[in-house]
Design a protein around this ligand. Structure first.
Ligand SMILES: Cc1cc2nc3c(=O)[nH]c(=O)nc-3n(C[C@H](O)[C@H](O)[C@H](O)COP(=O)(O)O)c2cc1C
Length: 295
């Protein structure tokens, strides 16, 4: 049974759609046998057969959805997986807002730096850094009058909320991918402070950290390359990063693109969206100074 879930998503869906049950069952065992006995050497079986790792290693962002429905039980499985992520002090310093409204998705396609594919998602989850509920709770229990120097949320609370929200979002992404559902993060949700506060009715001590859009898809793009281990996985301490290191690290990217550094900087960091992101995040951060009654 453990091996049953290992079969690739494409193979599973082909299987489910086209075969009568009897053939399905027999074929299943034949394919299983081939996969187990012939494709993988027994020594490495334990690692290669782990479906979680297989799902992780096959990740690609999906930006073209086919409009198929994602069932309520699939959505609930994704939400439940997100909630099971580790969370600092078990505080869950984040909230999820599920977005199924086409109107809202359309509005986000516009407000998140004009990315039309957002509108075609089956649904989206907005992961919001959230200290609003804890702060109100502390106030409800009159902590301000009982604790000298009682403070509001600080930048550390903000960072912990960001970490909690990110862990939950990535759990949701992996859960979805394991179900054959495509995902894409939308970082531009951190832009447009004023519009997004109104769109989602966000109170103080909250900030939209990550938007993840979900949808079924027909084609999976090729895996995008990552830097080799020697450039990003260090043993015990950080190495000296000299010219040679960087020349080698960026050789592939520069090979594909003349004057890569300049073009990359201009496209990402000098772009209007990035300036807007900086402005917007600064406005959110103004609330997280620990001082109550600022403003
Ligand atoms: C924090 C974050 C924000 C992102 N924002 C966007 C976005 O706004 N639009 C988009 O199309 N992709 C976005 N992505 C997806 C990245 O572009 C993608 O992960 C990267 O290019 C690597 O491709 P891959 O996910 O297919 O491996 C984001 C990813 C992360 C982690």
């Amino acid at each position: 049974m453990e091996v049953a879930v290992y079969l690739s998503t494409e193979r599973q869906s082909f299987f489910m759609k086209t075969m009568p049950k009897v053939i399905k069952v027999s074929l299943f065992y034949i394919i299983l046998d081939i996969e187990v006995r012939h494709l993988y050497p027994f020594k490495t079986l334990e690692v290669t057969m782990n479906q979680v790792i297989e799902t992780l290693k096959q990740h690609t962002s999906i930006r073209k959805f086919n409009g198929e429905v994602i069932t309520e039980s699939e959505q609930q499985a994704i939400i439940e997986s997100a909630k099971r992520g580790a969370t600092a002090g078990n505080m869950m310093l984040y909230s999820m807002i599920r977005i199924q409204s086409k109107e809202t998705l359309k509005s986000l396609a516009h407000s998140c730096d004009e990315q039309p594919f957002i509108e075609n998602a089956a649904f989206a989850l907005l992961f919001v850094i959230d200290h609003h509920k804890w702060q109100k709770y502390f106030e409800m229990r009159s902590l301000a009058s009982r604790i000298e120097g009682f403070e509001g949320p600080s930048v550390s609370d903000f960072m912990l909320g960001m970490q909690d929200a990110t862990i939950a979002a990535q759990n949701a992404v992996i859960a979805a991918e394991s179900l054959g559902i495509g995902t894409c993060y939308i970082g531009d949700i951190m832009e447009n402070y004023e519009a997004h506060k109104v769109l989602f009715n966000l109170p103080e001590y909250t900030m939209p950290a990550l938007l993840v859009v979900f949808g079924k898809y027909d084609h999976k793009p090729k895996l995008r390359s990552r830097f080799e281990d020697k450039f990003c996985v260090f043993e015990e301490s950080y190495p000296e990063v000299e010219t040679d290191f960087l020349e080698e690290m960026f050789r592939e990217r520069e090979g594909e693109n003349e004057d890569f550094a300049y073009k990359f900087y201009m496209r990402k960091k000098d772009a209007p969206f990035f300036k807007e992101m900086n402005r917007s995040i600064q406005k959110y951060l103004n609330e997280w100074k620990g001082q109550l009654g600022r403003k």
